[in-house]
Write a protein that binds this ligand. Structure first.
Ligand code: 8GT
Ligand code: MG
Length: 312
């Protein structure tokens, strides 16, 4: 990311309503990026904290009072006219009926409708972050397929909506057969499945996940369908993931893990510093469970990913 100072600090909100629908506004025709859909918000004023600025903007533009909000993602983007830092928060509790107080059209959209709308160019990673859940299950090495699918169903019943199918010891045909079953079962819960380094990409998968070694291979990884994600363990790997155009990443190990007890880990401070340098969502991974979601969000992360703590 090029360093252009000063960044114009803009607060913007992913406002969640009933059934997770998201409130968008249309930018007035005469303004920068006019006519496009936006996450409501505006410029932070001198002396305001980000949360104060967010609350003020949403009151001014929509007439709502924010009751609860937490950081979702920060995106830096350089337009020919201005360099913006979009500081995006997720608002899940508010009072008042949102309406366009400045005459701008507003509407509620399903997350799946977002990719079909026209946004300012800076918004692509925000749309990804809005579509991704806070928690991602990474599957443990499958032993018996029937037992594996049963445990996967239990996880899906408990609310898992993103699964990274990881199976390093299966033969290619076994991998693909179980990956198809995993996608079929996950889709019946409206959950999505990323395939971790599959022998070939399957059309029924929702994304391709790369190992950190694959990041450095001279290969065009962009899948025809779905997201591209990657495993990273350092700033260098995150920068390389940005270079090849991943949609999001997993950064590990954040805390000590049971599988590698004595190994070095990043800690939350280094996690936050690494996340700050990229413009895409990053899941914290390593020694984490559901209770760490808030900590990950506070450090700029999308949420947490785990194997052990999310599997029965
Ligand atoms: N609010 C908002 N601004 C965005 C988004 N995406 C994006 O590139 N921007 C850019 O961020 C900048 C600040 O936005 P703004 O026009 O809402 O600022 P504001 O509410 O304070 O308006 P004002 O200039 O009338 O006081 C603009 O250059 C806008 O194009 C988005 O999703 N939401
Ligand atoms: Mg605005």
């Amino acid at each position: 990311m090029s360093v252009v100072e000063p960044w114009l600090h803009v607060m913007a909100a992913v406002i969640r309503g009933q059934e997770g629908r998201i409130l968008l506004a249309q930018r007035p025709p005469g303004k920068h990026q006019g006519g496009k859909w936006e996450f409501p918000g505006g410029k932070l004023e001198v002396g305001e904290t980000p949360l104060q600025g967010l609350k003020r903007e949403l009151h001014e533009e929509l007439g709502i009072e924010v009751q609860h909000a937490q950081p979702l993602i920060k995106v830096r983007h350089v337009y020919p006219e201005t360099a913006v830092l979009l500081d995006v928060w997720e608002v899940d509790v508010f009072t008042g009926e949102p309406h366009g107080r400045e005459g701008q059209p507003v509407g509620w959209f399903e997350t799946e409708q977002l990719s079909g709308l026209e946004f300012p160019p800076a918004n692509y990673p925000i749309v990804t972050a809005a579509r991704l859940p806070e928690v991602c299950l990474i599957t443990p090495e499958p032993e018996d397929p029937a037992v594996f699918l049963h445990k996967l169903e239990v996880a899906l019943q408990s609310g898992i909506r993103l699964v990274q199918f990881r199976a390093k010891r299966l033969l290619p045909d076994e991998y693909l057969a179980l990956a198809r079953e995993t996608a079929r079962l996950a889709h019946s819960f409206s959950a999505r499945v990323l395939l971790n380094s599959p022998p070939v990409m399957l059309p029924e998968a929702d994304g391709l996940h790369l190992t950190s070694a694959q990041l450095w291979q001279d290969h065009d990884w962009q899948p025809h369908n779905g997201w591209l994600s990657a495993s990273c363990h350092s700033r260098e790997e995150l920068a390389q993931a940005a270079e090849i155009g991943v949609d999001f990443a997993f950064l590990s190990p954040v805390l000590p893990t049971l599988s590698h007890p004595g190994a070095a880990h990043l800690g939350w401070e280094a996690f936050a510093a690494c996340v700050e340098q990229v413009n895409f969502p990053v899941y914290a991974l390593g020694g984490l469970d559901n209770s760490h979601v808030v900590a990950a969000r506070k450090r700029g992360g999308q949420g947490i990913a785990a194997i052990r703590s999310l599997w029965s």
